[in-house]
Design a protein around this ligand. Structure first.
Ligand code: MN
Length: 128
Protein backbone atom coordinates (compact mmCIF):
# COMPACT_ATOMS: atom_id res chain seq x y z
CA UNK A 1 0.00 0.00 0.00
CA UNK A 2 1.41 3.39 -0.90
CA UNK A 3 1.91 5.94 1.85
CA UNK A 4 -1.19 7.48 3.32
CA UNK A 5 -1.79 10.41 5.64
CA UNK A 6 -2.66 9.28 9.15
CA UNK A 7 -3.44 11.60 12.04
CA UNK A 8 -2.83 10.20 15.50
CA UNK A 9 -4.28 11.50 18.78
CA UNK A 10 -2.29 9.79 21.53
CA UNK A 11 -1.26 11.34 24.85
CA UNK A 12 1.25 8.66 25.83
CA UNK A 13 4.70 9.28 24.33
CA UNK A 14 5.77 5.65 24.33
CA UNK A 15 2.61 4.55 22.59
CA UNK A 16 2.89 7.35 20.07
CA UNK A 17 6.54 6.58 19.33
CA UNK A 18 5.69 2.95 18.63
CA UNK A 19 2.73 3.85 16.42
CA UNK A 20 4.79 6.45 14.57
CA UNK A 21 7.70 4.06 14.05
CA UNK A 22 5.53 1.23 12.72
CA UNK A 23 3.46 3.40 10.38
CA UNK A 24 6.45 5.38 9.08
CA UNK A 25 8.35 2.17 8.41
CA UNK A 26 5.39 1.08 6.28
CA UNK A 27 5.63 4.34 4.33
CA UNK A 28 2.76 6.24 5.88
CA UNK A 29 2.93 9.89 6.90
CA UNK A 30 1.98 10.46 10.52
CA UNK A 31 0.90 13.69 12.15
CA UNK A 32 0.56 13.73 15.92
CA UNK A 33 -2.23 15.78 17.40
CA UNK A 34 -2.29 16.81 20.99
CA UNK A 35 -5.93 16.28 21.81
CA UNK A 36 -9.44 16.17 20.50
CA UNK A 37 -9.71 19.93 20.24
CA UNK A 38 -6.71 20.10 17.95
CA UNK A 39 -8.05 17.23 15.87
CA UNK A 40 -11.45 18.87 15.53
CA UNK A 41 -10.09 22.29 14.60
CA UNK A 42 -7.61 20.88 12.09
CA UNK A 43 -10.27 18.73 10.44
CA UNK A 44 -12.54 21.73 10.23
CA UNK A 45 -9.90 24.16 9.00
CA UNK A 46 -7.46 22.43 6.73
CA UNK A 47 -8.34 20.40 3.69
CA UNK A 48 -7.41 17.87 2.57
CA UNK A 49 -8.44 15.65 5.46
CA UNK A 50 -6.24 12.69 6.39
CA UNK A 51 -6.85 9.23 5.00
CA UNK A 52 -7.44 7.88 8.50
CA UNK A 53 -7.60 9.02 12.13
CA UNK A 54 -6.22 6.90 14.97
CA UNK A 55 -7.78 8.00 18.22
CA UNK A 56 -6.72 7.01 21.71
CA UNK A 57 -9.75 6.30 23.89
CA UNK A 58 -8.06 7.16 27.18
CA UNK A 59 -7.18 10.85 26.90
CA UNK A 60 -6.48 13.32 29.73
CA UNK A 61 -9.51 15.42 28.85
CA UNK A 62 -11.86 12.44 28.76
CA UNK A 63 -12.90 9.60 26.49
CA UNK A 64 -11.80 9.84 22.88
CA UNK A 65 -15.01 8.04 22.11
CA UNK A 66 -16.99 11.12 23.06
CA UNK A 67 -15.22 13.04 20.30
CA UNK A 68 -16.28 10.78 17.47
CA UNK A 69 -19.83 12.02 16.84
CA UNK A 70 -18.62 15.62 16.54
CA UNK A 71 -15.88 14.57 14.10
CA UNK A 72 -18.25 12.82 11.75
CA UNK A 73 -19.75 15.98 10.29
CA UNK A 74 -16.43 17.66 9.60
CA UNK A 75 -15.41 15.81 6.47
CA UNK A 76 -18.22 16.23 3.98
CA UNK A 77 -18.72 13.95 1.04
CA UNK A 78 -16.35 11.32 2.29
CA UNK A 79 -16.27 8.64 4.92
CA UNK A 80 -13.30 9.36 7.15
CA UNK A 81 -12.07 6.18 8.84
CA UNK A 82 -11.84 6.81 12.59
CA UNK A 83 -10.15 3.90 14.36
CA UNK A 84 -9.97 3.97 18.15
CA UNK A 85 -7.04 2.46 20.02
CA UNK A 86 -8.01 1.16 23.42
CA UNK A 87 -6.72 -0.82 26.35
CA UNK A 88 -10.29 -1.42 27.42
CA UNK A 89 -11.58 -3.76 24.75
CA UNK A 90 -14.09 -6.05 26.37
CA UNK A 91 -17.08 -8.04 25.32
CA UNK A 92 -19.59 -5.65 23.80
CA UNK A 93 -17.11 -2.85 23.22
CA UNK A 94 -17.00 -3.35 19.48
CA UNK A 95 -20.71 -2.59 19.31
CA UNK A 96 -20.25 0.41 21.58
CA UNK A 97 -17.46 1.81 19.42
CA UNK A 98 -19.36 1.25 16.19
CA UNK A 99 -22.46 2.86 17.67
CA UNK A 100 -20.39 5.93 18.50
CA UNK A 101 -19.43 6.24 14.83
CA UNK A 102 -16.01 4.60 14.89
CA UNK A 103 -14.85 2.60 11.91
CA UNK A 104 -13.22 0.01 14.14
CA UNK A 105 -10.84 -0.45 17.03
CA UNK A 106 -7.37 -1.77 17.76
CA UNK A 107 -6.47 -3.20 21.16
CA UNK A 108 -3.60 -2.09 23.36
CA UNK A 109 -0.97 -3.17 24.07
CA UNK A 110 -0.14 -2.69 20.41
CA UNK A 111 0.90 -5.92 18.72
CA UNK A 112 3.83 -4.83 16.60
CA UNK A 113 3.56 -7.82 14.24
CA UNK A 114 0.05 -6.95 13.12
CA UNK A 115 -0.60 -3.30 13.94
CA UNK A 116 0.10 -1.94 10.45
CA UNK A 117 -2.11 -4.58 8.84
CA UNK A 118 -4.91 -3.69 11.25
CA UNK A 119 -4.64 -0.02 10.33
CA UNK A 120 -4.36 -0.72 6.60
CA UNK A 121 -7.46 -2.92 6.69
CA UNK A 122 -9.45 0.23 7.43
CA UNK A 123 -7.68 2.14 4.66
CA UNK A 124 -8.50 -0.65 2.23
CA UNK A 125 -12.16 -0.55 3.22
CA UNK A 126 -12.22 3.14 2.43
CA UNK A 127 -11.06 2.53 -1.15
CA UNK A 128 -13.82 0.11 -2.03
MN1 MN B 1 -4.08 7.63 26.56
Amino acid sequence: MSGRRIWVVEDNDQNFDLIDYLLAEAGHRVLRLRDGDELRSLLAASPPPPDLVLLDVNLPEGSGLDLVPSLRGLVPGRQLPIVVVTAHAMRGDRERFLAAGCTGYISKPIETARFVAEVEAHLAEELE
